[in-house]
Write a protein that binds this ligand. Structure first.
Ligand code: ZN
Length: 346
């Protein structure tokens, strides 16, 4: 099946995170119809070809975010215009999925495959990454991974991590007519927020820059005439390999006077050295691809191997109404995935 047709079929099947049964069955059947022996685990699909000591993983996700407001077409009826396909998930990441499936089918037919390749289509990447975690129970440890996400055919070798922290500033409530008799927890929270905003980080990561701390939620107080005794706020902390999650959390705890609760610290930053075989293979396969940092998160977090993120499409298109992808880029990505595999096993 041509890339364009396959992509349209994938877009037509709704696969909002947590509801991947139908698309999982489609991918399973499609691989089987092409003479391969896929397996399903939960709604994840995986399949291997080739043999040898070296194992390379090709991974992409089956799910999409929900339909957001602003679509001016049916998000599940892919529209083709000016060499682009528009539909929910076309860019994130059914374009990469299409290219990977087509590359995998071609690799299965190739007589000079010198290692083992696993293709893994994971569920729930957009919500909790459960799919890839389930898959790592089924797939042996791999030597390297290629994760299919929109990178405009650039080679992303680093990705920021994420920690989410909740702060509770405690004061002493009292009547607002006598402010000196209470301790205003909102003021304490503001002090902490200011201190966190003014934290300076000396070292910028070559591809990811400096870490960031952004206050995203705040709530405090109970009544207009009561001094607030408690104020809570939440920060989104983007980490880098130079300032990984634990280091950032420790630094934040030292800085803030509020009580700090770690809501999430499992999404750690990732980085693959430029001298790793997978990076060299990708550069040979796609010399025009730039080495970049990936601006979002992806399933790579839970793959314990050197990896690159590579795929057709543009990250800024992800999670937006009327997301589209260029058909030519999807076709090209399919060819490059094949080349990466061959180069890796050389
Ligand atoms: Zn994605």
């Amino acid at each position: 099946m041509e890339a364009k047709e396959l992509l349209k079929k994938l877009v037509e099947i709704p696969s909002i995170s947590g509801n991947e049964a139908q698309i999982s069955q489609f991918v399973f059947d499609h691989l089987q119809e092409n003479g391969l022996s896929p397996k399903q685990y939960k709604d994840n699909v995986y399949c291997s070809i080739g043999k040898g000591k070296q194992i390379l993983l090709l991974n992409s996700h089956l799910d999409t975010v929900p339909v957001c407001p602003g679509w001016n077409q049916d998000p599940f009826k892919p529209k083709e215009a000016n060499g682009k396909i528009c539909g929910l998930g076309a860019n994130d990441t059914k374009g990469s999925m299409t290219a990977m499936i087509n590359a995998f089918k071609k690799l299965a037919d190739s007589k000079d495959l010198k290692g083992k390749v696993f293709f893994a289509a994971s569920t729930q990447e957009e919500t909790n990454n459960i799919g890839i975690k389930q898959l790592t129970e089924k797939i042996p440890k791999v030597d390297a991974a290629v994760i299919g996400e929109p990178t405009e055919l650039n080679i992303c070798t680093a990705m920021r991590g994420l920690a989410i922290l909740k702060f509770v500033a405690k004061g002493k409530s009292g009547h607002a007519s006598r402010p000196s008799q209470g301790v205003n927890a909102i003021y304490k929270a503001i002090e902490d927020i200011k201190k966190l905003r003014s934290l300076e980080f000396e070292k910028a990561h070559k591809l990811l820059g400096k870490p960031t701390i952004t206050t995203t939620l705040i709530s405090g107080g109970t009544k207009n005439n009561v001094i607030p005794g408690e104020c809570e706020f939440t920060t989104d902390v983007r980490t880098t390999p130079i300032y990984p999650n634990k280091k950032m959390i420790d630094l934040i705890k030292e800085t803030a006077t509020s009580e700090v609760q770690v809501l999430s610290d499992r999404l750690c930053p990732k980085e693959t050295s430029e001298s790793e075989k997978i990076v060299l293979a990708a550069q040979k396969a796609c010399p025009e691809g730039k080495l970049l940092g990936f601006p979002a998160m992806c399933d790579w977090v839970f793959i314990d191997a050197p990896g690159i993120i590579f795929g057709p499409g543009i990250t800024t298109q992800s999670h937006t109404p009327n997301e589209f992808i260029e058909i030519k880029q999807v076709e090209k990505a399919g060819e490059i995935y094949q080349k990466i595999v061959h180069e890796f096993f050389k």
